[in-house]
Ligand binder design. Structure first.
Ligand code: ZN
Length: 442
């Protein structure tokens, strides 16, 4: 009997702003190695890394092919993957691909690096060192930033790969042309698969969210919580062109994995954080409809930015007042005036009772009194009662906002952010290590 081995092949940075998509390269590489006798032991992994990374092309995703091969076949499988990467990577337009293969036994050594690559900015040297020490084989082109994602993806924690995405690819002659998917069919699909898919349609902006707007080979993507239903969801869609083929990926999307609970004083640029604190002053609307407010948690103060594309969550933010206790989820950006947190999700925890000064009620008949003139107290129009020393009294008013979680518009949501729809309909595996959510029972 021949000895089988499990191999995890990470691939990253094969795309550029002008074309290609690493998911396509991975899907094609998988087909190629299956022809050599390798067997997929899981869906290929689509691993989202730090969305604030300045080096990213678009969504900062890396890929991993988890396969089983005969030990003696590994060298030819490895060469075949490199052939596909070399053939498809858009190196002429700045892609810097990296590929790295690891055994099952090596994966635990990569785990801390995986978490750090999702949450921080890591150095190429760290990835190279891990590849040097633990990889069965690795390869990189040019400066090889792609090695970072390749190592991180191969080291991904299975528990964090709790959602799926089906990607349908276009025939080659359609690359770069406009895409069309019938919006009515998307809404129908979204309704039929409401409990197991998400981010299909932005009802606030009346916009299909399945199709990218780049010249890449992807026709559309459907995100969901189970791999089986995604092809069924695809079959409901009315497409403007036949797709070439589709591939279902297992992903860490929609897991909130990138957030780290943090105090204001601990905030670092280009990371994502969850900060709990109290609102200072009142939120303000700036030019372009962007909303800003100050948050204080006792260790410091940070500006929270709620940009116009985030949609109606801004209306909730504008209802907040001084002293309200909130939790903000977002990306930490360096700005000339200090660090700013770009809001991705908001939890309203505790609302301060709000009092506004109002004219007093008449003690005789109960009607609201009228001012008798500046400094001359109030009088009642109905019964004639007057009190020259009466003053405005604080009256508690409705806050017009309730405690709970609020999210940004679907079209403004980042891949790693967990949609509320998932919290409401179905519990997916929690995100271990983030410290944000206890694991659900059952
Ligand atoms: Zn009266």
């Amino acid at each position: 009997m021949r000895r089988k081995m499990r191999v995890y092949i990470g691939i990253d940075d094969t795309d550029s702003p002008s074309g290609m998509c690493t998911t396509y390269v991975a899907a094609r590489a998988l087909k190629a190695v299956e022809e050599l006798g390798a067997r997929a032991i899981d869906c290929p992994w689509l691993v989202r890394l730090n969305p604030n990374c300045p080096h990213k092309t678009r969504g900062n995703a890396a890929l991993c092919l988890p396969i089983e091969v005969d030990r003696s076949e590994f060298p030819s499988v490895w060469e075949r993957v490199l052939e596909v990467v070399r053939e498809l990577a858009d190196v002429g337009n700045g892609a810097d691909p990296g590929v790295a293969a690891f055994s099952e036994e090596a994966r635990p050594h990569l785990l801390p690096f995986y978490y750090r690559t999702v949450r921080e900015i890591v150095e190429v040297e760290e990835a190279l060192e891990l590849a040097e020490r633990h990889a069965l084989a690795y390869w990189r082109h040019g400066e090889g930033r792609g090695i970072v994602g390749a190592v991180a993806a191969a080291g991904a924690d299975l528990d964090t790969l709790s959602t799926y995405e089906l990607l349908a690819y276009r025939r080659r002659e359609m690359w770069g042309k406009e895409r069309w998917v019938d919006p009515e069919s998307v809404i129908r699909m979204d309704y039929l698969f409401a409990d197991c898919t998400f981010d299909n349609f932005d009802y606030e902006k009346r916009e299909v969210r399945l199709t990218p707007h780049t010249p890449c080979p992807v026709l559309l993507g459907i995100r969901g919580t189970s791999p089986e239903v995604l092809p069924q969801a695809l079959s409901v869609l009315v497409l403007g062109e036949p797709y070439d083929f589709y591939q279902v990926f297992r992903t860490n999307q929609a897991t909130d994995l990138h957030y780290r609970p943090s105090s204001v004083s601990e905030l670092r640029p280009l990371t994502s954080a969850v900060v709990r604190g109290r609102v200072v002053g009142r939120p303000v609307v700036g030019p372009g409809g962007h909303v800003f407010f100050e948050l204080d948690d006792g260790t410091g103060r940070v500006t929270v930015a709620v940009y116009e594309p985030t949609g109606s969550v801004r209306k909730v933010v504008l209802k907040l007042v001084e002293g309200d206790l909130v939790e903000v989820y977002g990306a930490v950006k360096p700005k000339p005036q200090g660090l700013t947190l770009n809001l991705e999700k908001l939890r309203v925890i505790e609302l301060k009772p709000l009092f506004v000064p109002r004219a007093p009620r008449c003690p005789a008949c109960g009607r609201t009194m009228e001012s008798a003139g500046r400094g001359q107290g109030y009088r009642c129009d109905r019964c004639g009662y007057s009190d020259p020393r009466a003053q405005k009294v604080p009256v508690q008013v409705d806050r017009e906002v309730t405690p709970g979680i609020y999210e940004v518009a679907v079209s403004a949501r980042r891949h790693l952010v967990r949609p509320l729809r998932l919290e409401l309909s179905q519990r997916v595996t929690s995100s271990p290590g983030s410290g944000l959510r206890p694991r659900e029972e059952g």
